[in-house]
Design a protein around this ligand. Structure first.
Ligand code: SAM
Length: 232
């Protein structure tokens, strides 16, 4: 269960809204039950339920269990995809341990916006399921040219390129420092976009094999290769 503020033992906190609903109706917690709380700053805390009603659950915070685990400084920059496919990217990128998800709009994107509340719910549920103690940051949707213009100098920009690039595992395993993976939409990058990406000083084209993958497959597989080679 993720809570916003920094926790301190010996405190009581009240959980309300959707999370209270989840505790009371889905998990059916009762007074005296044990709960693990995560907050983004300090990690995991033990807590016990002291009061339950459907929209509000009171918890007594106990001892500190686990510090927030460091996540690899890896960003995933996926072009927006159709809703359910992008939902899958959000969920799997969270499980795989990315630090930041930075959605990109390109000329051939079918979708051009993201529902931030829905995205936040997906990554929170994924983090709870895989017991992460930190949520990935979800950046505002950016146009590709703005993303390239504002790209941080010290961060590798690996570009998933189905038209050829270095095998991902080779490129990743020698990379030092923070990195990101940029993946195109259902229709791919157009020629001008591809040229702009390749011209960027931080970009390195990487291949995920000889087949044309769906955008969500490339985003998830590319992230998994990074985590296996250089991340976790
Ligand atoms: N050009 C593709 C086609 O001909 O159907 C459309 C793009 S593909 C569905 C979506 C994105 O996944 C691409 O823009 C690229 O970023 C990534 N991708 C797909 N297959 C890949 C591969 N084998 N290696 C690297 N990236 C790949």
């Amino acid at each position: 269960l993720f809570v916003e503020n920094e926790l301190g033992s010996g405190r009581t906190i009240a959980v309300e809204g959707n999370q209270a609903n989840y505790l009371a109706r889905v998990m059916r917690v009762d007074e005296g039950d044990a709960v693990i709380l995560c907050d983004d700053l300090t990690g995991e805390w033990a807590a016990s339920v002291t009061q339950v009603d459907k929209r509000r659950v009171q918890l007594e915070v106990g001892q500190h269990l686990r510090l927030r685990e460091p996540v690899p400084d890896f960003w995933l920059c996926p072009a927006l995809l159709k809703k359910d496919r992008f939902d899958l990217v959000l969920e799997k990128a969270t499980e795989l341990g990315v630090a930041r998800i930075a959605p990109v709009v390109t000329r051939r994107c079918v979708a051009d916006k993201l529902n931030p509340e829905r995205a936040d719910t997906i990554v929170t549920e994924a983090a709870e399921q895989c017991a992460r103690t930190a949520l990935p940051e979800i950046a505002p949707v950016a146009k590709l040219d703005a993303l390239l213009r504002d790209w941080p100098q010290d961060r590798h920009l690996f570009f998933a390129d189905e038209d050829g690039g270095e095998p991902a595992a080779d490129a990743f395993c020698y990379a030092e420092g923070p990195a990101a993976l940029l993946v195109g939409p259902e229709g791919g990058f157009d020629d001008a976009e591809r040229a702009a990406i390749r011209a960027h000083p931080a970009s390195v084209a990487i291949s995920l094999g000889p087949r044309i993958l769906r955008g969500e497959t490339a985003a998830i597989a590319g992230t998994a290769v990074w985590m296996a080679e250089a991340g976790d």
